[in-house]
Design a protein around this ligand. Structure first.
Ligand code: ADP
Ligand code: MG
Length: 510
């Protein structure tokens, strides 16, 4: 983990592999404006690189932009209030120091929130294809980049390319970028780690292991990391795939007898990304193969990135040696977003869809939908679609109408979380058990009961219900519902249990 804790870590200038601020970047007495101000800002950034640890720099400074720089003040824009507070706490003094040395005198440093400006600056930088982001000042000073560039693959000048990943069977979603990812306390470590990984593949955190419940942004972060790496490193081979695909390819290779071809494909990449690695549970042979793939890549200094719905030790039947390897690098959890983050996500998602939600509507949704970002996004899409079809303005009243399912559930119908709470308490199992691949009767039966209850008393679709139980597909949910229906018809005890659970869920105290 980079230093995401209390104090910012600083490198000594001697340690830095980045160029120092060039001599002619000291702009002297006259206050810079326009292009000059931009040039001064780039020189300040270059100077900061020598004192701020690289992962930290990438996390906080790459997504900042200059607002104004005059005789008295240096104003910097960042993407959100979280970044602003963080920068103020940890980087105010280093920025002041860098500004003083580059501009030849002190400046008051102000950091403000202005996501548009940051995005515009990033777009301008992207358009400026001839330059690598951190190398501008160096190049302007006449230095050659080669001497300053990090060892390993060559950097590209653009960020966020959305090319398809070579050799992968899944295309990257162009929307799943770091720029579109809202950072909050729930995901800041995962986000910083992913950015650090993209910046130093194979070096910073290997493997990077992200875990958390469904709909919290794991796939988004994995793909953001791939976009950033593809945009940064030339000739980079990234294999991005779901665990299911890995399993299917492996089985196919075994059947066709071309296991060597399979190994060549998987073991000759710079980065292997496997989404939902928990699906390796109960797959002995594939785990064995993955173990060797992991070792080969790891020993060659190649980056491995994994996501899972639970931490390594909770993945059922995962071999101990894989559990320990998954913990070699960085294991970080993504949790449900807090209220402020939910608000920020709602604002961002609605803006992406061409119309920002008014505050009162965003507040209403953020209060109602509190566990799953995919649901927040779904509600935004539905509400804006409804508003545009009906030609009415987006108001709390319209939101209640358009999203009656969400509001009805809260008015009396139990939520998924309440169902999970009641079922886990009744049967003495854990939520992670219900979401795991475990198929013993002690777990499978309560899971089927929970699915049945969910279908009977919430408005969730089969797919959504499956999502709550470790991403099971709709046919599994359907099977569970049919089975419990049949049992209730045949078996008095089952009928009573289901009745008692329903009473519990509908009790007025909820
Ligand atoms: P997971 O893989 O954890 O199930 P996803 O990455 O598929 O979750 O995220 C679900 C949806 O929520 C995606 O559309 C994603 O873009 C969105 N999302 C999740 N986290 C964030 C975030 N922090 N900022 C913006 N969008 C997010
Ligand atoms: Mg996912």
């Amino acid at each position: 983990m980079p230093n995401t804790g209390e104090t910012a870590q600083h490198r000594s200038a001697g340690e830095s592999r980045w160029a120092e601020a060039p001599a002619d970047a000291r702009l002297g007495e006259s206050p810079p404006a326009g292009d000059d101000a931009q040039q001064a800002w780039r020189a300040i950034l270059t100077a900061l690189r020598t004192t701020v640890q690289r992962e930290q720099f990438e996390t906080w400074f790459r997504r900042s932009a200059l607002v104004r720089c005059d005789d008295e003040e240096l104003v910097i824009a960042v993407q959100n209030s979280f970044s602003r507070d963080w920068m103020r706490s940890y980087y105010q003094a280093p920025i002041e120091g860098a500004a003083r040395s580059v501009l030849g005198g002190p400046r008051r440093v102000t950091i403000e929130v202005d996501p548009e400006r940051v995005l515009a600056a990033a777009a301008a930088e992207e358009a400026d294809t001839g330059r690598a982001a951190e190398g501008d000042a160096v190049e302007e000073a006449g230095a050659t980049r080669a001497a300053d560039a990090p060892a390993g693959p060559r950097r590209l000048g653009t960020l966020g390319a959305d090319r398809l990943v070579q050799g992968s069977d899944i295309g990257l979603n162009p929307k799943y970028t770091f720029d579109n990812f809202v950072v909050g306390p729930c995901n800041r470590f995962a986000h910083a780690a992913a950015m650090g990984t993209a910046e130093s593949p194979g070096k910073a955190y290997n493997p990077l292991f992200l875990h958390g419940n469904v709909g919290l942004g794991k796939t988004h972060l994995l793909q953001s990391t791939c976009h950033a790496m593809l945009g940064t490193w030339e000739d980079f081979q990234i294999l991005f795939l779901s665990c299911e695909t890995f399993v299917n390819h492996f089985i196919g290779a075994l059947e066709n007898g071309d296991i060597q071809k399979f190994r060549n494909k998987y073991r000759n990449v710079d980065v292997l990304v496997v989404d939902d690695i928990h699906l390796l549970a109960n797959k002995e042979r594939t785990q064995e193969e993955f173990f060797h793939t992991f070792n080969t890549l790891y020993n060659a200094g190649k980056q491995i990135i994994l996501s899972s719905d639970s931490p390594p030790k909770d993945i059922p039947t995962l071999q101990e040696r894989l559990v320990s390897r998954f913990k070699w690098g960085l294991v970080t959890e993504m949790v449900a977003p807090c209220y402020e983050t939910r608000m920020a996500i709602l604002k961002r998602k609605s803006r992406e869809r061409g119309q920002e939600l008014p505050d009162d509507v965003a507040r209403l949704l953020a209060e109602r939908i509190d566990t799953n970002i995919r649901e927040l996004e779904g509600a935004t899409t539905k509400l804006l679609g409804y508003a545009s079809l009906s030609g009415e303005p987006v108001t709390p009243q319209l939101a209640r109408e358009a999203l009656d399912d969400i509001f009805t559930v809260r008015r009396g119908e139990p939520t998924m979380e309440e169902i999970l709470t009641v079922v886990t308490a009744h049967y003495g199992v854990k939520v992670t058990d219900l979401q795991s691949r475990k198929r013993t009767n002690a777990v499978a039966y309560p899971r089927q009961i929970a699915m049945y209850l969910a279908r009977s008393i919430t408005r969730h679709s089969l797919e959504e219900i499956g999502g709550y139980f470790g991403g099971r597909d709709h046919s599994t949910v359907l099977y569970a519902i049919d089975k419990i229906k049949r049992l209730c018809a045949e078996d008095e005890q089952c009928r009573e249990q289901v009745g008692a659970l329903l009473d519990d869920l509908r009790a007025p105290s909820r």
